[in-house]
Design a protein around this ligand. Structure first.
Ligand code: ZN
Length: 395
């Protein structure tokens, strides 16, 4: 990724997510970071007249290895490593063009995503990677052999965490319950890793400053993960008020992933091509999930934006649809929705001051829109300008 030496972005109305205010502001960039003054030398000028400029958005839950165009979630298992690497790069490039300058990938494939991150061939979203996810032996492994690290007991959990970190993981993903995008004999309502095992992951990761994200649908698994001290609950479908309040009290984030069901279900022709048991699971849980999210918002559970992009019908590049859904279907204000993908997402990732902000010292990641997203969140669907580390991303 080229980092422009000195850049001046002029004419834009810059949105400040924490305060929800907008003001005309010049963005000055040096060595990829926001600065208050430029040193002497040649300056690249970027025209942002007529644009509302946000800090680059952050999607806290993607799978770059999966393609949302595939109705079969196990499609990657039939691709070669070369094809998978190309597909990861393409997904990360599309994601960036869609206005997501950072993604957290919560389930890669044989560490090919580390190779994509470390050997960029075109501008791609900044990647925070989990490597393989840690899981007990479960039917889902048959769908995702390159994504699952099978562990039995706390000792193997610790070894599994160390292995991901040694491969270059930035964070860790654990499976606290069964999955929905899995073979028919898997049960999303069943708890999987125990509280003790998840705590072993949290402690091992924390020793190097890494956080743990827990996939959890069933209530018992959500409680186990929250008590074990994970940073985020992914999906959280069957969370009740008590656990949502517990998360609010502890500062545990909820990552909604509304798009994982709204994406495929919103396209009936595509939904008809899904494996029938998966279509049924998504349809059965969708309204329960939205009702849970409304409750989470009411009781003040911290929310960080995440889409599960790559899941069937959940397209890379359309990640901003999650921000729209948080407003339309859950009742967040546009300013709150934007915070879930900037300020709050950066806090979950432990990157406050680095991303999700255009304060001095942050990476100069920014997205410009023709319409003020504070007035109409749908503006996020169409970025008119994307900048990563000060470099303008070709459309
Ligand atoms: Zn996922």
């Amino acid at each position: 990724m080229t980092v422009a030496r000195r850049v001046r972005v002029t004419g834009g109305q810059v949105v400040d997510p924490p305060t929800g205010t907008v003001e005309p502001r010049e963005l000055l960039v040096e060595e990829g970071r926001v600065v208050s003054t430029l040193s002497d030398g040649e300056v690249e000028e970027v025209d942002a007249r007529g644009l509302f400029v946000l800090p680059g958005l952050i999607d806290c839950h993607v799978h770059l290895v999966m393609r949302g165009e595939d109705a079969d979630p196990s499609a990657a298992a039939r691709r070669s490593p070369v094809e998978i690497l190309a597909s990861i790069r393409e997904a990360a490039a599309r994601t960036l063009r869609g206005g997501m300058t950072t993604v957290r990938d919560l389930g890669g494939w044989d560490y090919l995503e580390m190779q994509a991150r470390d050997e960029p061939e075109e501008p791609m979203a900044r990647m925070v990677l989990a490597g393989r996810l840690l899981s007990i032996p479960t039917p889902a492994v048959a769908y995702y052999p390159g994504m699952y690290e099978v562990v039995r007991g706390a000792e193997e959990v610790r070894a599994g965490v160390s292995k991901q970190l040694a491969h270059g993981a930035d964070c860790i993903k654990v499976m606290a319950t069964g999955a929905m995008l899995s073979p028919e004999d898997e049960d999303a309502q069943e708890a999987q890793l125990s509280e003790e095992e998840i705590r072993a992951a949290v402690d091992t990761a924390a020793a190097v400053g890494a956080h743990v994200a827990a996939h959890a649908h069933a209530l018992s698994g959500i409680w186990a993960a929250v008590r074990a001290g994970v940073a985020s609950i992914e999906h959280g479908t069957f969370a009740d008020e008590a656990v949502l309040r517990g998360m609010a009290a502890r500062g545990t984030f909820l990552v909604p992933t509304i798009r994982a069901s709204a994406g495929p279900l919103g396209d009936p022709a595509f939904a008809g091509t899904l494996p029938p048991h998966i279509r049924r699971r998504l349809a059965d849980a969708h309204e329960i999930h939205l009702e849970m999210l409304r409750l989470a918002h009411r009781v003040g559970t911290p929310i960080a934006m995440g889409t599960d992009a790559g899941a069937p019908g959940d397209l890379h590049g359309a990640n901003a649809e999650e921000c729209v859904a948080l407003v339309d279907d859950v009742g967040l204000t546009p300013a709150e929705s934007i915070r879930t993908a900037t300020t709050d997402a950066a806090r979950l990732l432990g990157r406050e001051g680095e991303i999700g902000t255009l304060a001095e010292g942050a990476w100069a990641d920014a997205v410009g829109y023709l319409v003020d997203p504070l007035d109409d969140i749908r503006a996020l669907r169409e970025p008119a300008l994307v900048i990563k580390a000060g470099a303008t991303v070709p459309p």
